[in-house]
Design a binder for this molecule. Structure first.
Ligand code: KIV
Ligand code: NA
Length: 274
């Protein structure tokens, strides 16, 4: 395999930090591919690309379309596709059916699903049948209606214990890596020490074995809401707005297109002779 594999990722536990970014499109994949170990086609695309308020409306078809785009645009990174809400929670069989469809139709190497101990049986079912699974514990955006909002998890002793138990259950069920989202450092460290697979933190401190962020957040391309844990490395929204403003002014002043952007007039003879 020419791409990063599940085994490569698992071997990074306790060694090299794993670099992960979300990715939804081919051109972004082309830019990010050389810099990351994994590209995650996250169901966050519902909010980031489609303007939804939550991730719940995302479908398997949407994930497949974007998974295909990211595979086409990348060569080296391992591509992981999120199982969206409603596509795996019913039963291991339902999860396998949708996960297999995603792997077959996109060529991606793995799927990610949110959940703790209650999803362990499903994770085992998938991994034993050739579908590598990345887990996702802590803040689980697909649980937004149950939790009443996107807020940090593990703030009470009971919640912290639950996250640790969830992480262990998912790792023992065979997950090759585990996203730990939106929890404080103490919980992230305990989880990272307790599980045999690499933990990928988002809003979960530097104690994790790797980090993931939403690329549009990192690049300043998504401004509806920026969580505390995001570091902005660019302000592309501002650059795009500036460029669009210049284009608009040029068109309105008839400065664009210039002669260099226009096709030359054909010689009459050429036209006649066809
Ligand atoms: O959907 C997503 O982008 C994610 C990551 C933020 C972990 O699940
Ligand atoms: Na997600």
């Amino acid at each position: 395999l020419k791409r990063v594999t599940v085994r490569d990722v698992a071997a990074c536990k306790g060694k090299d930090p794993l670099v992960v970014l979300t990715c939804y499109t081919a051109p972004m994949a082309q830019v990010l591919d050389e810099h990351v170990d994994m590209l995650l086609v996250g169901d966050s695309l519902g909010m980031v690309v489609y303007g939804m308020d939550t991730t719940l409306g995302v479908t398997v078809d949407m994930m497949i379309n974007h998974g295909q785009a990211v595979m086409r645009g990348s060569r080296k990174a391992m591509v992981i596709v999120d199982l969206p809400f409603g596509s795996y929670g019913e039963s291991p069989a339902q999860a396998y059916r949708n996960a297999a469809r995603i792997l077959k139709e996109t060529g991606a190497a793995a799927v990610k699903l949110e959940g703790g101990a209650e999803m362990a049986e499903t994770v085992r079912f998938l991994t034993q049948r050739g579908v590598p699974v990345m887990g996702h514990v802590g803040l689980k955006p697909q649980m937004v209606h149950a939790t009443g909002g996107f807020r940090a998890q593990g703030r009470t002793e009971a919640e912290a214990k639950q996250i640790l138990a969830d992480a262990k259950a998912i790792a023992e069920a065979g997950a090759f890596s585990l996203v730990v989202e939106g929890t404080w450092e103490g919980v992230a460290r305990e989880v990272t020490e307790a599980v045999g697979c690499p933990t990928i933190g988002i809003g979960a401190s530097a104690t994790c074995d790797g980090q993931v962020l939403v690329t549009e957040d990192v690049m300043g391309l998504f401004s509806d809401f920026t969580p505390k844990f995001v570091k902005k490395y660019a302000q592309l929204n501002e650059q795009i707005s500036e460029a669009a403003g210049k284009y608009a002014a040029d068109v309105r002043a008839r400065r664009f297109p210039g002669p260099e952007h226009c096709f030359g007039m054909p010689k009459l003879r050429d036209v006649k002779e066809g």
